[in-house]
Design a protein around this ligand. Structure first.
Ligand code: AMP
Ligand code: ZN
Length: 430
């Protein structure tokens, strides 16, 4: 079933025309209303009328996270501040956050995209969505909330944490779907297991939407098995509304990126050259319908690829692959490039590994992985622990080509974050 069949299955050529029309409108809007963009375009002698094909977008300069920060809070608005009805901020690491403003119709469009996403995974009016993302300045919970309300599902706005209460709500309100971070989902699944709750017998959950941070295919499988549900990948970022930018359909093979609302490009993060479909690189997004704060060629820093093939579900919007990592997440040990995702893949595929882990960087040559393992391995028999440790070291070495130090921990030792998890602890002093 579709939320908007006509738009979701739009013919490629019609979509292209629609994109061009909306791109030109957007360029005009920022050129005449946002001094930052006008200056940028004038500096390279580009006028709105020069953009006469979707491909011509590659002539325009990029917008970076620094550009948003430098224009904090209202420097990138394309309509008067009075037209704005909401502001969200995005998790900056230090100092001021990025502020993203929405007009009433921006909120409505964001909700509409979420409605497409939910319906495409089988959600219907009689479903119950427990929204376990953080409500507040973060887009994750509220944008999903408004979209779910459009579909007409019952929303349980639980927010994260207090797992005992979450389970009570799931039982009492017959929750059928969860919106949750992968790290909290792993914790929750383990908690449910240790409390002796049988998800099939005692709960009603059919599906979960996992996003806001990178996770591996192995993690998806683990959560699906532990909770006996379907897990769908949900991608978004505050700069582009939050969730609802790209979402998996029932095929669970890549996320449809709503191309009537965004133009997606993949670039080489170093040379900034546009790469063909199927090639891994940094995702760059341009808003096509944003009124309040349009962004042109925004560098997301997220590494993925555009899947070239058509999806069997009938939707024509191209899919992006799982986010492989953020270009700024990568670290170098002994001269080798490593993404945290590679470590997660190995850990989650290793039998006996529990839910939580941490990567600690002490120097340019040392990598320590601290990992929680199954309780029953701490049975007093040291051989069991040594074998497990060797197994993990070898598996990681094979994947990373660097031999890490591995510390085994009892479940519950590492902190569980309610929002986005912090997996990499960087203690290097460079
Ligand atoms: P925020 O703007 O604070 O919501 O953070 C957005 C960022 O979270 C994105 O740029 C991604 O790096 C990350 N993110 C969101 N959804 C996913 C996902 N499904 N898989 C991997 N990373 C994600
Ligand atoms: Zn599909």
């Amino acid at each position: 079933m579709f939320w908007n069949e006509e738009l979701e299955t739009i013919k490629a050529s019609t979509l292209k025309n629609l994109q061009l029309k909306r791109l030109r409108e957007t360029i005009g809007r920022v050129y005449f209303n946002v001094p930052f963009y006008r200056d940028r375009f004038q500096a390279i002698n580009i006028k709105p009328e020069d953009i006469n094909s979707v491909e011509a977008i590659s002539r325009l300069p990029f917008t970076t996270r620094e550009d948003i920060l430098n224009n904090y809070p209202t420097g990138l608005l394309a309509v008067p501040r009075d037209e704005m009805v909401r502001v969200h901020t995005s998790s900056g690491t230090t100092g001021k956050p990025k502020a993203i403003f929405f007009t009433k119709s921006d909120i409505d469009r964001a909700a509409d995209l979420i409605a497409r996403c939910l319906v495409m995974t089988g959600m219907r009016k009689n479903d119950v969505l427990q929204n376990m993302m953080t409500y507040g300045l973060f887009t994750g919970a509220l944008v999903m909330h408004y979209g779910a309300e459009k579909v007409g599902v019952l929303i349980v706005p639980a927010g994260p944490g207090n797992t005992e209460r979450q389970i009570m709500l799931m039982k009492d309100f017959h929750t059928t779907a969860l919106h949750i971070t992968p790290s909290y989902a792993l914790y929750l699944a383990d908690y449910i297991k240790t409390k002796g709750i049988d998800p099939k017998r005692d709960l009603f959950i059919k599906r979960a939407y996992l996003g806001a941070e990178p996770y591996s295919e192995e993690t998806r499988k683990k959560i699906e098995e532990m909770l006996a549900i379907d897990v769908y990948n949900s991608y978004g970022l505050s700069e582009m509304n939050g969730p609802g930018v790209a979402f998996e359909c029932e095929m669970k093979r890549g996320m449809h990126l709503w191309e009537d609302n965004f133009i997606a490009e993949i670039i080489d993060p170093d040379t900034e050259e546009v790469l063909p479909d199927g090639t891994k690189g940094e995702l760059v997004l341009t808003t096509l319908q944003r009124e309040g704060m349009p962004l042109i060629r925004y560098r997301t820093r997220d590494i993925t690829l555009i899947i070239p093939e058509q999806c069997a579900c009938g939707r024509t919007h191209r899919r992006i692959d799982r986010i492989f990592g953020r270009s700024d997440d990568m670290f170098i040990v002994k001269g080798v490039n490593i993404f945290p995702q590679q470590i997660e893949n190995v850990l989650m595929a290793t039998k006996g590994v529990a839910q939580n882990y941490q990567i600690v960087l002490e120097s340019l040559d040392n990598l320590t992985v601290r990992v929680e393992i199954a309780r029953d391995l701490f049975d007093g028999n040291v051989t069991h622990l040594v074998n497990m440790q060797n197994k993990i070291v070898e598996a990681l070495k094979k994947e990373l080509l660097v031999k890490p130090k591995v510390e085994l921990l009892e479940p519950g030792t590492l902190p569980v974050s309610e929002g986005k998890s912090k997996r990499v602890i960087d203690n290097r002093t460079l």
